[in-house]
Ligand binder design. Structure first.
Ligand code: SF4
Length: 249
């Protein structure tokens, strides 16, 4: 659903000194009147955001009908991720969690034609699997929304170095994209989780900095880049799955 906002209004939001912290941005979202979905992979960033969303809804209960959490049930998620989802469901009553599954016929055709691990064979095959299991369901999830909320941070990768808190997302029809944690460092995320008793995906304790599909995500060694565990067989510049492409300002 296209947003009734232009580039200048988005730029003004990024300059607003009252919107320079994550809770303030989430509170703004709850008052905005917009239908917004928080895209969650149940990483530390995302469970922190769910905590912030829950606080915003507690302050402004009428926002509960417009704000929700959604996740992409790719069929290849870790057990630990699904357990974190259930933990969040219990910890944050009043927050709705919506799962989006891939199109059954597309998954069946992909597996029939290329097998279960085609993504290791080429970048094109990997992007095809990400399209079927993530991008198409994401497009469906966003179709009904005025915007989405993500846990992206500038320090996560070279491709995110200039990420603002508010963006107009032209890749998804000109909707709003909110990145409340953009200026947080990894240490800020873990301090927040500790201070607020936020559910933490057990994979993080096993050395996974990034949460994704089980066959495509691994733990990293000390000193490795935090995105090194994602699609580790590819070069860094290819390491986006199409969920966060470049068409946003
Ligand atoms: S991350 Fe891997 S398993 Fe998941 S959708 Fe992409 S290629 Fe497929």
């Amino acid at each position: 659903m296209a947003l009734d906002m232009d580039w200048k209004e988005i730029a003004d939001l990024n300059k607003d000194p009252g919107l320079n912290d994550a809770q303030a941005i989430m509170d703004w979202a709850s008052r905005s009147g917009l239908k917004l979905g928080l895209a969650s992979s149940f990483s530390a960033e995302d469970t922190s955001l769910i905590h912030l969303l829950h606080s915003a809804i507690e302050k402004n209960p009428e926002a509960a009908g417009r704000l929700h959490v959604f996740y992409l049930e790719t069929g290849r998620l870790h057990e630990e991720t699904l357990q974190t989802l259930e933990e969040c469901r219990k910890r944050y009553p009043g927050v709705e969690f919506r799962g989006f599954f891939p199109d059954r016929e597309r998954v069946e055709a992909l597996i029939r034609n290329k097998g279960l691990f085609s993504f290791y064979d080429s970048i094109d095959n990997r992007k095809e699997c990400c399209f079927v299991r993530k991008v198409e369901p994401l497009n469906r999830a966003l179709n009904e929304l005025d915007g989405w909320i993500t846990g992206l941070r500038q320090s996560q990768s070279v491709t995110r170095a200039n990420l603002p808190a508010f963006q107009l997302d032209t890749d998804h029809g000109g909707i709003l994209k909110l990145n409340p944690l953009t200026s947080w460092e990894e240490s800020d995320v873990y301090s927040f989780i500790e201070e607020n008793d936020v559910p933490l995906n057990a994979l993080h304790r096993q050395g996974f900095p990034s949460i994704g599909c089980a066959p495509c995500t691994r733990a990293i060694q000390e000193g490795e880049d935090i995105r090194a565990g994602r699609w580790w067989w590819e070069n860094p510049e290819h390491k986006e799955c199409g969920l966060h492409a470049g068409g946003a300002r």
